[in-house]
Each structure stands twice: as structure tokens, then as C-alpha cells.
Design a protein around this ligand. Sequence first.
Ligand SMILES: Cc1cc2nc3c(=O)[nH]c(=O)nc-3n(C[C@H](O)[C@H](O)[C@H](O)COP(=O)(O)OP(=O)(O)OC[C@H]3O[C@@H](n4cnc5c(N)ncnc54)[C@H](O)[C@@H]3O)c2cc1C
Ligand code: FES
Length: 337
Amino acid sequence: MVVTLVTRDAARLEFPCASGQDVLGAAEAAGLYPPAMCHEGSCGMCQARVVEGAYEMGPHTESAMPAGPGGVLLCRCLPQGDVTIELPCTDAQVGRHKIPVREAEIEAMAQAGAGAVALTLRLRPDAELGLAVDFIPGQYMELTILGTETRRAYSLANLPNWEGRLDFIIRLQPGGAFSSWLGERAAVGDVLNVRGPLGHFVLDESSPRPRCLVGGGCGMAPLLSMLRHMADFQDSQPVHLIYGANREDELLPAEELDALRAALPQLGVTLSVWRPGPGWTGFSGTSADALDAYLATAAETPDIYVCGPPRMMEAVMSTAQRRGVPEAQIFAERVQS
Ligand SMILES: Cc1cc2nc3c(=O)[nH]c(=O)nc-3n(C[C@H](O)[C@H](O)[C@H](O)COP(=O)(O)OP(=O)(O)OC[C@H]3O[C@@H](n4cnc5c(N)ncnc54)[C@H](O)[C@@H]3O)c2cc1C
Ligand code: FES
């Protein structure tokens, strides 16, 4: 059987697929790596659409499936003959190299606002790959707890470096598998498998427009990495950060923002709190409300980078659209939680 993947920019990628083999496995065997994570039909990262040919779906989580006719998860799609499948990404977003898997040790864990942990990992030396941590700010890594099947995506908060350092900000989800391990059992020196970098949520550095970065819940890490990158390169593009939390104590420690403001003098910041206490003097409302207020007075329509849980993302996207921000100027990373 032959599978043809058609990317958003009309590239056609053909490869063989054996009977009983899933499309993702066949693609990877042919040296093609479309966006994917769990490989077990639950994360929804490998969503695609069959436009021609017969197929069956293996066991999967229904909420991970794309809506509409032909919607499939590549990791659970079993072709029954030749199939043609549309991918929601461009040709450049289909990897051509196996993503490296490394071991890393927990070097530090600290509180990062109420209910969140700042986790620092250090790569173990590797004869071939050395200690380089090479990624584009905004990308994420897949962390697997050794000896378990628990594998989750977390965005990097720091910058590429030669010292093997990986920083994450992880919001603990009550009852969550990774969250429970991190909050209750993890200790300095524990080892994790780290696979990445992955993802395409990165700055469009060719755009001359101002940038507006909108984060909520657990979506701050990639935005921090982008801002640190701008500071590192003394990028003078106008930039505004909107960060929303439910309560004041969930906001990032003030020192983080002070350091960014000092390094990026043009940075504007709106901290929005949905349910503030009586002493709160900042913006009261959701990050979508704060974006609405910002766009109402913005001199130029900015590029918008938004990262957070699904409901917050939907509210932010509809505010941006209502205020006339073209779809091509909205870059989004949905962090499931
Ligand atoms: C690209 C990407 C980047 C991400 N970056 C970040 C980041 O930087 N920081 C961050 O904090 N998160 C990030 N996430 C989210 C992260 O990957 C995890 O989804 C999140 O940490 C929850 O994982 P968990 O194992 O703790 O919870 P899970 O075990 O996956 O559970 C999630 C939620 O479901 C509930 N739940 C689980 N099982 C059941 C059940 N049987 N019945 C009812 N409820 C249940 C849990 O209580 C929990 O609230 C990112 C996700 C993606 C896709
Ligand atoms: S890779 Fe997670 S659903 Fe396919």
C-alpha cells in the first residue's frame, strides 16, 4: 500500500505502508516525522484528514480526534489500501531527522507562583551530541519519567545553551500523572528521558510588526523564552506581554518580570487577574479581556502569540478576530491541561 501525505503548502510525500501498520509508524520508518507526541491516540498532536482511500481507526481517545469527515489520528490510522491524507502543517514542519532522545537529571525544583514548579534539568553528557541544547525559543520537549509510560510535553523557558540546561515552568494539575510525580515524589538527581526539540510555535522574525504575547495558566514558559531571546539579541521590535492568572498568587514572581523589563526597555506588560483580592491594582479580568483593551488603543495591529489552555485560547482568538487581527498574524500553541 502507498500513503501520500499532502502538506498545507501542497508538497506530496509518498511512502509504503504494510498491512496492519499505522500511518505514523510507516512515515517514521520512511524518515518522515510529522508533528506527533504520544503515539497512542490520546494527545491529538497527529491530527490529519483522509481525503481518498479506505482506512480503519485503532483504539484512541475520542476527544483527541479532529471533527469532520475523514478526520484521523495518524498514529491510529490503519490504511486498507492506498490512501491520500491532508496534513495541517507545511512541508518544512515535517521533520526529516529522528528527534534525539537524551537522559537528563533534575538539578533544581522551586516554586514558581502558587501551584507551579520551576524545574531545571541538566543533560547527561553524550559522546555524539555533547551537551548542546539547541532549539528555537517557543519549542517544547517531551519528558518521560524513567520506568513509566508517563510522557508529557513541556515548553522550554530558557535559551539554547552549551551547558545542557533545560528550564521548564510546570503548573501542577490536581490528580495529573506527571504533576503528582513532580509535586510529591520527584527529587534532585532523578533522571528523565528528554525528546526534542519539537513544535513550531516560534517568533516570525521576518515580520516588521509589533508583537503581543498572550499567556495564561501553564502557557508562560515559551513566551518567557521568546522574550529572553529578544533581550539576548537586543531586538528593538515593540513587544507587549499579557499574562493572565486566576489569582494574584498564581502570577510569576515579580523578579522575573523586572529582569525582563530591564533587559528589554520597550517591553510593555499587562498582568490580568480574573478573581483579584481587594488590594489588586492591576487589570481585572481574563487575558482575553486584557487583549481586547490593548487592541482597542494599539496604534498598529500586532502579531499575536498566544499560549495556554484550550478555553483561554479560544477566548483570545475570538477577541483577536473581532478586533480585526488577520488569521495569518495569530500564532498559537495549545497546551492541554
Ligand atoms: C505543546 C505543549 C506544551 C506544553 N507546555 C506546558 C508547560 O510549559 N507547562 C505546563 O505546565 N504544561 C504544559 N503542557 C501541558 C502538559 O503537557 C500536561 O498536559 C500537563 O502538565 C498535565 O499533565 P499531567 O500528567 O499532570 O496530567 P494528566 O494525567 O495528563 O491529567 C490531566 C488532567 O486530567 C485529570 N485527569 C487525569 N485522569 C483523569 C481521570 N481518569 N478522570 C478525571 N480526570 C482525570 C487530571 O486531574 C488533570 O487535571 C504542554 C502541553 C503541550 C501539548
Ligand atoms: S501522536 Fe498523540 S494522538 Fe497521535
